[in-house]
Structures are given as structure tokens and as C-alpha cells.
Design a protein around this ligand. Structure first.
Ligand code: PMP
Length: 324
């Protein structure tokens, strides 16, 4: 309660009251670990990020829950973290937590798996695992709804054979944080990271798309990027809208001559980019970005029946009617 109030004062999304922790639902403030856990000491953890959208009927529609839990299980597998169940079990934990928290606005889920042992040394072989899910209220991730100003970071994106880039691994977010910090202290909204080969990888917590001559282009999943669920969804929506698509390497200089650029991610959703390195992006009308953004918004709000299978709808208990 006090923490939620404090965070609201800071303009940060507030945590919802309950969390899933040690295979049960507990008050969020009781879902804690020791300062000595391998997860905290060495970043031996992985996580997910999922959005839930509040419907006009008060239900919550969770976007691509099975796909998120499948990627989460794979991230855990990369670190040999034993989860309490298969992806279907994890999905159920998210659904039960949604019912318990009964959010009254759009929300965000953070599934989290970690090496729970307190032993010394960064071992993943035999250490035990923990799993939790907590929830936040979340609106616009970037704060303002205007085209983003990005910079190409001087930090390179972590390479797959240093820390697997395709999983959401806790320790790898040192890379994202350090790049985002550089961008923010220089007055930008976010960073674009190049990979070790000098090709465009992604932003600090979102994949990148550009449009050139009517073709939608994004880096392949072998370019040291996170295998974004929104990225995959945008590719499927482009196919549906008959927009030509290419998954290929992107050079830095292409960012400067692109017609359109946008970021995609669970938090970012579809976020248009206005400038890169203080250079204006070509077409201020952004026809393809806008079309994809509108279609994405329709899909997540349940207004496009062709993609209703992307939503897991959770009915919530009705609040008690006010007595007069
Ligand atoms: N890249 C990184 C580094 C991220 O943290 C995220 C956010 N999960 C993404 C891309 C976008 O992935 P998704 O669409 O699955 O949220």
C-alpha cells in the first residue's frame, strides 16, 4: 500500500496487491528473496513481460499468453532453471492471479524465474529454481505519445555466444540499462544497439522495424535480438495486410534514409520513431506504421475477430454494487 502510493507519486506504474510466489498467491510484499540468491548476485534469472488489456465489459484480455509462456520456459531452459510446471501450468498461474488482483485498468505481468540457492560461485548446474509472477498497472511505456527520438548507442548489443540474446535473461539487461542510460543522459528517449558485426540489432527493450520503398524490414532472429512476441505478431499482421516483409540485416546508414521506423514490444507496443541521431526519419505521414499500429490496437482490444485467438480472456468477479 505504502509502496504503491510512493511509486504513484513518482509517476511509476503501481504494483497490484497479490503475487504468485512459491506456488501460491501471496500479498506482493511477501514475495521476497534473500540478498544472497544466485539470481541477485550473478543475474541468474529470466523473465517475461505480458500485457493485459481491460475490456469494456470489465474483463482482461491477455495478449499471446501461450507464446509468452513458451518463450519464458525456453529462457529458463537456457539457464537450467527448473520451473514448477509446463507452460500450461504457468498460464494458469497468470490467469488465477488476474482473477485475484481483478485489475481495473490495463495491466502488465512480470513472470520471473530465478536461481534461488544462496551458494557462492555462479553455478547453474545444480542450483534450485524459483518462480513468481507479479502485476503492475501500465499505460504508455514511453510516457508521452509522440514519435521517439533515438540514438545509436556506443554500446554493442550482447552477443549470443556471450549471453544468449534471444532469451530474456536477467543479467543481459545490464546491456540494455547501460545503453538506455547513455541515450537518456544525452536527451534521447532510447538507444538503438548495433551487434558485434556492426548491424542494427534492436532498442534497449524493443525490436526495430524500418520501411524502405514500401517494404517492411526487420533484423533476423540470428542478429542478437530478443525473439520478440510483438515482432512476430507485427510480421503476421503485415502478411494479413499484404505489406511486403523482409527479415534481413540492417545497416546503420539505412536508419538515416529509411521512410519509416518504429519499435515493437510488449511495453512499447508499436512506437513510431521520429528521429535517429538527430536526423528526421523520411516520411512524416508514416502510412505503414500507422496502419500496423491501428491494426495492432484493434487486435489487442478484441476488435478484430481474425486474431481473437491471440487473446486469453479472463472474466473478473463483478465489484459489489455500491449501497446508498
Ligand atoms: N527486445 C528486448 C531486449 C526486450 O526486452 C523486449 C521486451 N520484452 C523486446 C525486444 C520486445 O519483445 P516482446 O515483443 O516479446 O515484448
Amino acid at each position: 500500500m505504502a509502496l504503491g502510493f510512493f511509486l504513484k507519486e513518482l509517476g511509476v506504474a503501481a504494483f497490484l496487491e497479490y503475487a504468485f510466489f512459491k506456488e501460491q498467491i501471496v500479498p506482493f510484499h511477501e514475495a521476497n528473496v534473500s540478498v544472497a540468491t544466485l539470481a541477485l548476485q550473478y543475474g541468474l534469472s529470466c523473465f517475461g513481460g505480458i500485457r493485459g488489456y481491460l475490456g469494456t465489459d470489465g474483463s482482461i484480455s491477455i495478449f499471446r499468453l501461450p507464446e509468452h509462456m513458451q518463450r519464458f520456459s525456453r529462457s529458463a531452459g537456457l539457464l537450467k532453471i527448473a520451473l514448477p510446471g509446463d507452460p500450461a501450468y504457468l498460464e494458469q498461474a497468470v490467469i488465477e492471479l488476474t482473477r485475484k488482483n481483478a485489475p481495473s485498468s490495463d495491466c502488465y505481468y512480470r513472470p520471473f524465474a530465478y536461481k534461488s540457492d544462496l551458494s557462492l560461485g555462479p553455478s547453474i548446474g545444480h542450483a534450485g529454481g524459483g518462480f513468481s509472477v507479479y502485476m503492475l498497472n501500465l499505460g504508455n511505456y514511453f510516457g508521452e505519445d509522440r514519435p521517439l527520438r533515438l540514438m545509436v548507442s556506443s554500446w554493442r548489443r550482447v552477443v549470443d555466444n556471450a549471453i544468449p540474446a534471444r532469451g530474456k535473461i536477467g543479467g543481459a539487461y545490464v546491456n540494455s540499462s547501460i545503453a538506455k542510460d547513455e541515450a537518456q543522459i544525452n536527451g534521447y528517449d532510447d538507444a538503438i544497439m548495433l551487434n558485434e558485426r556492426g548491424k542494427v540489432a534492436e532498442a534497449s527493450a524493443a525490436n526495430l522495424f524500418m520501411v524502405r520503398d514500401g517494404v517492411l524490414i526487420t533484423a533476423p532472429i540470428t542478429a542478437d535480438v530478443l525473439e520478440g512476441i510483438t515482432r512476430r505478431s507485427i510480421l503476421e499482421l503485415a502478411h494479413y495486410l499484404e505489406i511486403p516483409v523482409l527479415e534481413r540485416e540492417i545497416d546503420r546508414s539505412e536508419l538515416y534514409i529509411a521512410d519509416e521506423i518504429f519499435l515493437s514490444g510488449t511495453a512499447a507496443q508499436v512506437a513510431p520513431v521520429g528521429e535517429v541521431d538527430k536526423r528526421q526519419i523520411g516520411d512524416p505521414n508514416r502510412p505503414i506504421t500507422n496502419k500496423l499500429r491501428e491494426t495492432f490496437e484493434d487486435v489487442v482490444r478484441g476488435r478484430n475477430p481474425a486474431f481473437s485467438h491471440w487473446l486469453t480472456r479472463v472474466e473478473l468477479p463483478k465489484p459489489l454494487a455500491a449501497t446508498h
